[in-house]
Design a binder for this molecule. Structure first.
Ligand SMILES: C[S@@+](CC[C@H](N)C(=O)[O-])C[C@H]1O[C@@H](n2cnc3c(N)ncnc32)[C@H](O)[C@@H]1O
Length: 406
């Protein structure tokens, strides 16, 4: 049975006990690098201890560890994460880290420092941390994990609603034609994966009528109204089994590209179709056409392209496959589908593309500037050029591919 531990806010009185725990917990690593000095370890803890940032890990009323989260504008730093060696290997450390990250999650990444070669690194890797940079002190390494569970354009921000509106205006006409051509009809059972906004599930619900069924899933369902003729369920297509089987149609647009486990997710989608069921996948391929302004006529266009490049590098850092779209017909065939076909296009120019660009850049502004990829002045100049209607904005090409489960 798991140890009956709990987290409670730290107080100034906890300082001596936690300083002692630090010395105990850090001893193996500090001895390994020849810097074991228990008094110095305790002293440094006392100098840096901020009770308001710290939680105590308590077991049977006794302080057995602590963890702190220090908020900075560009990141949340996890620090002073120490456990009594008696709790090492019990799973408590992993569960503490999971709970604390869940409680603090927002758009900022999490960062922490480990001593090079520390065994703690494995625990952090299991929670999504990866090497960010080596500390200039030559001993420590800084690890970073996404703050929003990995999805760069998290739906919780207000800009997400505007992005979904623009995506629908730009891409629904083609999507709905393809869905109609695939035969969606009264009585069909459909699954809209990573639905984002309501437009596609609402169209499907109207099409399948009262004898059909439409399930719309997303990791964040806050933009999907309940009671709109389709079922809504929170679901992570990369981590959970499909929410049903025997579907006549499954559709995902701009979703798998964001899912690190996209190959396994695709296999699960195919398995959730009935024999004869149809899969329509529509995914971007930013590497196929990387420019925001293909006609680079002046500084406004060059700046737009620099910002698009910065946006792409943020996506790549999060595990987005920037060349996924082009692989779709091949991966659908490899997954066992037949009658596979595909097409690709991208919107170019117009007010809706400019609106999508504005919403995306505003949503990512803190990430772009916080990571040093762009300055506030560049972002402001880009938004002004967009508002003035001076830019013909292109999106990444969308590859749509479909097939039938034999
Ligand atoms: C770019 S939006 C596309 C939304 C909609 N499909 C469209 O084309 O307008 C990506 C959507 O995928 C969702 N998403 C990202 N990762 C997901 C995952 N692992 N499981 C389910 N949905 C996910 C996001 O929350 C977001 O709503």
């Amino acid at each position: 049975m798991a140890a009956p531990w709990k987290l409670r806010p730290a107080t100034p009185d906890d300082a001596p006990r936690l300083a002692g725990l630090k010395a105990l917990a850090m001893r193996p690593d500090l001895e390994r690098i020849g810097r074991w000095d228990p008094d110095r370890a305790r002293q440094r803890f006392l100098e840096q201890y901020v009770p308001a940032n710290t939680d105590v890990i308590e077991l049977d009323g006794e302080a057995m560890g602590c963890i702190a989260v220090r908020p900075e504008p560009d990141a949340q730093w996890i620090e002073h994460f120490y456990l009594d060696p008696a709790l090492h290997g019990t799973g408590v450390g992993g569960e503490v880290l999971r709970q604390v990250m869940a409680a603090h999650r927002d758009a900022r990444p999490f960062r922490l420092t480990v001593i090079g070669g520390s065994r703690a690194r494995r625990l952090y890797e299991r929670h999504g941390f990866a090497h960010a940079y080596d500390d200039p002190n030559g001993i420590d390494e800084v690890l970073e994990a996404a703050g929003d569970g990995g999805y760069l354009l998290a739906n919780a921000q207000a800009e997400a609603g505007r992005r979904f509106g623009a995506l629908a205006e730009l891409f629904d006409p083609g999507t709905l034609l393809r869905l109609a051509a695939l035969g969606v009809a009264p009585g069909w059972r459909c699954w809209e994966v990573g639905a984002g906004g309501p437009s596609v599930p609402a169209w499907l619900a109207a099409r399948v009528g009262p004898t059909g069924r439409v399930l719309a899933t997303d990791i964040d369902v806050s933009w999907l109204p309940a009671g709109a003729g389709y079922e809504v369920r929170q679901h992570d297509v990369g981590a959970e089994p499909p929410p049903g089987d025997g579907f006549d149609l499954i559709h995902a647009r701009l979703v798998l590209v964001h899912v690190p486990q996209r190959a396994a997710a695709l296999s699960a989608l195919v398995a959730a179709l009935r024999p004869g069921g149809r899969l329509l996948l529509e995914e971007a391929d930013p590497a196929l056409q990387p420019l925001a302004c293909p006609d680079e006529a002046g500084e406004d266009e060059r700046r737009a392209n620099r910002l698009r490049h910065a946006f792409r590098s943020l996506m790549a850092e999060r595990g987005v496959d920037l060349a996924y779209g082009r692989t779709l017909p091949r991966v659908l065939r490899a997954a066992g589908l037949v009658d596979v076909a595909a097409e690709s296009s991208f919107p170019f120019g117009g007010a809706v593309s400019a609106r999508l660009e504005r919403a995306t850049i505003e949503q990512l502004r803190a990430r772009l500037t916080g990571s040093g990829r762009a300055t506030d002045a560049e972002v402001d100049a880009h938004l002004a050029a967009l508002d003035a209607g001076r830019l013909d904005i292109a999106t990444a090409p969308m590859v749509s591919a479909w097939g039938t489960r034999p």
